[in-house]
Ligand binder design. Structure first.
Ligand SMILES: NC(=O)c1ccc[n+]([C@@H]2O[C@H](COP(=O)([O-])OP(=O)(O)OC[C@H]3O[C@@H](n4cnc5c(N)ncnc54)[C@H](O)[C@@H]3O)[C@@H](O)[C@H]2O)c1
Length: 389
């Protein structure tokens, strides 16, 4: 369906749209980027120049490649210029009604076989596709930020998407050097769903006063091997993004308590303490303040790790149980999308499912909260003495 000569359209020239355009142009495609904000287009073009020059300086690409990537991308101020595209990836504001109106308008001007994709993080692909008379050609192609560096791309067929479209998109994005996984059209897809307990369980431990933030961060890095601790990562992502994703997943799952956001994070958002970008989040990043030291108590650290890691494994198991994605794709997504040191289901096998079920049962009995309910698949594997692999 797609070839090297396929023309790629990108709608939205913000953080994601410009990254996606650069990836596609680097592979050799002609790329047309449209944005309804002229300033955003100008900024994107200038950023692309800078980003390519830096790559040349670091000797990651040659001056010839820089020139060809740059000449492959054009920035346009009219949606009509996308008429000849073979694939269009939309990366505009995360508002369902606006996306639907863009898709509906787009469908009227493109060729019959043009594939229409959304880079949405949290909206239903099926719902976006419902704005089109031919929803079979609408699909989710979800890149991670920054799109030029992060290897993972989630491919999300809506319920009406044609299988041929899913296969063609997967093959194309693989050819761009990315790692693709297929996810069912459910809130948070794979990564933004499975990763929720990394933040929420850390917040719960902190809110209960079991440990402070630097100790939780230290335990998850030093004992569990994650690249960053939950609090420093939330501060890096920004609470305007991280809190909103949590709240969206929670509301879309009909307020399932296991996805419930934490008040301590909401207060940061209300205060405008968005994290590193505003100079203050959970931690204070001003020049004159020192980051607090962790209590390097190994026993406490192990308790923290068990609780957060086992809740992550529980969610990975439930994601598999509910057939959102395959076992291998769930593990791959967490490694390639959020740099986890291991796939969670593989990790579960290594640690032993009986230990995980015992610890989770302890939490469930103690708190008597539905938040700690154990995935039926984890229980089933425990009873039948089975492993995930
Ligand atoms: N930022 C992330 O970490 C991230 C990661 C994965 C997916 N996403 C998703 O990607 C999409 C874009 O996110 P972003 O961070 O690049 O946003 P952004 O705010 O950086 O850029 C959005 C761009 O879309 C343009 N735009 C808005 N409405 C438009 C319209 N009707 N027509 C044309 N252009 C329009 C804006 O002018 C802006 O340039 C969202 O759906 C978001 O959920 C974001």
């Amino acid at each position: 369906m797609f070839t090297k000569n396929s023309i790629i359209g990108v709608i939205g020239s913000g953080a994601m749209g410009s990254g996606i355009a650069q990836v596609a142009a680097t592979t050799g495609h002609k790329v047309i980027v449209y944005d309804n904000n002229k300033d955003s287009l100008t900024k994107a073009e200038a950023n692309l120049k800078t980003s390519l020059s830096k790559l040349v300086e670091k000797q990651k690409i040659t001056a010839e490649v820089q020139q060809s990537v740059f000449s492959n991308i054009s920035f346009v101020a009219s949606l009509n210029e996308l008429a000849n595209c073979n694939l269009i990836i939309e990366a505009i504001v995360e508002k369902l009604e606006i996306k639907k109106s863009v898709f509906s308008e787009l469908e009227k001007l493109v060729k019959e076989d043009c594939v229409l994709a959304s880079n949405t993080s949290s909206l239903s692909i099926t719902s976006i596709a419902s704005a089109c008379t031919n929803p079979e050609r609408v699909i989710g192609i979800h890149f991670f930020n920054p799109a030029t560096l992060m290897p993972l791309v989630e491919i999300i067929p809506g319920i009406a998407t044609a299988t041929t479209i899913t296969t063609a998109c997967k093959t194309l994005i693989d050819s761009w050097g990315k790692t693709t996984v297929i996810a069912k059209d459910t809130p948070g897809f794979i990564v933004n769903r499975v990763a929720r307990p990394f933040y929420s369980e850390a917040l719960r431990i902190y809110e209960e006063g079991i440990a402070d933030m630097p100790t939780i961060d230290w335990a998850m890095k030093e004992i569990a091997g994650f690249k960053m601790g939950p609090f420093e990562l939330m501060d890096l992502i920004g609470h305007d993004v991280n809190y909103v994703v949590t709240e969206t997943v929670w509301t879309q799952f009909y307020y399932d308590p296991k996805f419930k956001p934490a008040l301590s994070q909401k207060r940061l958002l209300e205060a405008g303490f968005l994290g590193r970008k505003s100079g203050r989040g959970f931690y204070n990043y001003s020049a004159d303040s020192k980051l607090p030291e962790p209590d390097k108590n190994v026993e406490l650290g192990k308790t923290i790790v068990k609780r957060i890691l086992f809740m992550l494994i529980n969610e990975a198991a439930d994601t598999l149980y509910l057939k959102v994605a395959s076992r291998d794709d769930i593990d791959l997504a967490m490694i390639k999308g959020v740099n986890y040191p291991k796939g969670l289901l593989k990790w579960a096998d290594e640690l032993g499912i009986p230990l995980i079920v015992k610890e989770l049962t302890g939490l469930k009995d103690f708190y008597e909260e539905d938040r700690y309910r154990i995935s039926p698949l984890l229980k089933q594997n425990f009873i039948m003495k089975k492993t995930f692999y």
